[in-house]
Design a protein around this ligand. Structure first.
Ligand SMILES: NC(=O)c1ccc[n+]([C@@H]2O[C@H](COP(=O)([O-])OP(=O)(O)OC[C@H]3O[C@@H](n4cnc5c(N)ncnc54)[C@H](OP(=O)(O)O)[C@@H]3O)[C@@H](O)[C@H]2O)c1
Length: 294
């Protein structure tokens, strides 16, 4: 199966709408255009963002601006059921990777986004009751109908990834990776992506914003101190140093950015040019774990 080509960074949409900046449609449209001008065409959605409203806002723009449809590459996710007004039948928050839920969610996302094909559909979180053959059948059905091009997962452990990938090819595992969330470096997630020659995608690559500003947290303070010193050396901001830290890993991690400010996206692209030394990478690791490596 051919591999997906991600743009150098991916634009996360979670905070664009009511779960974050509450940008007007005009502001979202301007932001999409600005990202495309920078050569970034990847937008990361999930059915649940904004309590099932963010996809439809994005879709309203695509429906009006038909020229954008062929320019953007859209990831969306399914498998979490939230309790929201838009989903009155959900009684509790739960995970669902049954074929019926996957197929229905894909249809919903296609309709909300106003597109004919989802470029990449991710299962948002591992469902403890997942049946890999049932998921594979749903994926095959969606692929054959031309409704989804590629499939992947998010927040899967390496063993869960292995299991599902043995039934149906997966093109990424989108996991939380940053200087403040380092499990993927140690639990085999990044190793597995390299083994399969697929690119991991990193959500909250800047710790969801926790690494910025004045903090009472001594770990954050230690990270900031090292990042600021490296920033002086590389003439870069903390954000760029922390993205360069992710970029240094040979798994070729693609950051899913949570900003809606185009200057920060530009800065993230420039960060791809920063090459930290091996020791500098470990200086940040040391600051994050609070001691030298064993
Ligand atoms: N698969 C999953 O389970 C999952 C879970 C969560 C998120 N995601 C995806 O990952 C995307 C990114 O997540 P995230 O938003 O947590 O990522 P993030 O990029 O780590 O954090 C974004 C936050 O950091 C702030 N920020 C960024 N650069 C900054 C700077 N230079 N100075 C000060 N503040 C700065 C942003 O504020 P500004 O807006 O002011 O720039 C925003 O509040 C989401 O949009 C979503 O698509 C996936």
């Amino acid at each position: 199966m051919s591999k997906i080509n991600f743009s150098p960074v991916i634009i996360g949409t979670m905070r664009l709408g009511v779960w974050g900046e509450k940008l007007s449609l005009a502001a979202q449209e301007r932001f999409i255009d600005q990202c495309l001008d920078l050569g970034i065409n990847d937008f990361d959605h999930a059915d649940i963002y904004g309590c099932y409203t963010t996809e439809s806002e994005f879709g309203a723009i695509l429906k009006r601006r038909k020229d954008l449809k062929n320019k953007v590459q859209i990831t969306t996710k399914c498998g979490i059921k939230l309790i929201c007004e838009e989903r009155p039948t959900h009684k509790i928050k739960s995970y669902d990777s049954t074929a019926a839920h996957i197929l229905q969610s894909a249809e919903n996302s296609l309709r909300e986004l106003g597109i004919d094909q989802i470029d990449l559909l991710l299962l948002h979180r591992p469902d403890y009751l997942m049946n890999p053959s049932e998921i594979a059948e749903a994926f095959t059905q969606l692929k054959q109908a031309g409704k989804v091009k590629y499939f992947g997962v998010s927040n899967y452990t390496p063993s869960q990834f292995d299991l599902l990938n043995s039934y149906t090819p997966l093109v990424t595992n989108q996991v939380e990776v940053s200087i403040t969330h380092r499990n993927a470096f140690e639990d085999g997630t990044l190793d597995q992506c390299m083994k399969h020659k697929i690119q991991p995608t990193a959500w909250s690559p800047l710790g969801g914003g926790t690494v910025f500003g004045k903090s009472e947290d001594v770990t954050i303070q230690a990270i900031q101190k090292v990042a600021e010193a490296l920033g002086e050396k590389y003439n870069a901001g903390i954000d760029q140093i922390l993205l360069a830290w992710l970029n240094k890993h040979p798994a070729r991690i693609v950051s899913v950015l949570g900003t809606s400010k185009i200057q920060r996206v530009e800065a993230a692209l420039k960060a791809l040019e920063i090459s930290l030394t091996h020791e500098e990478w470990y200086e940040l690791w040391q600051a994050a774990i609070g001691e030298e490596v064993a």
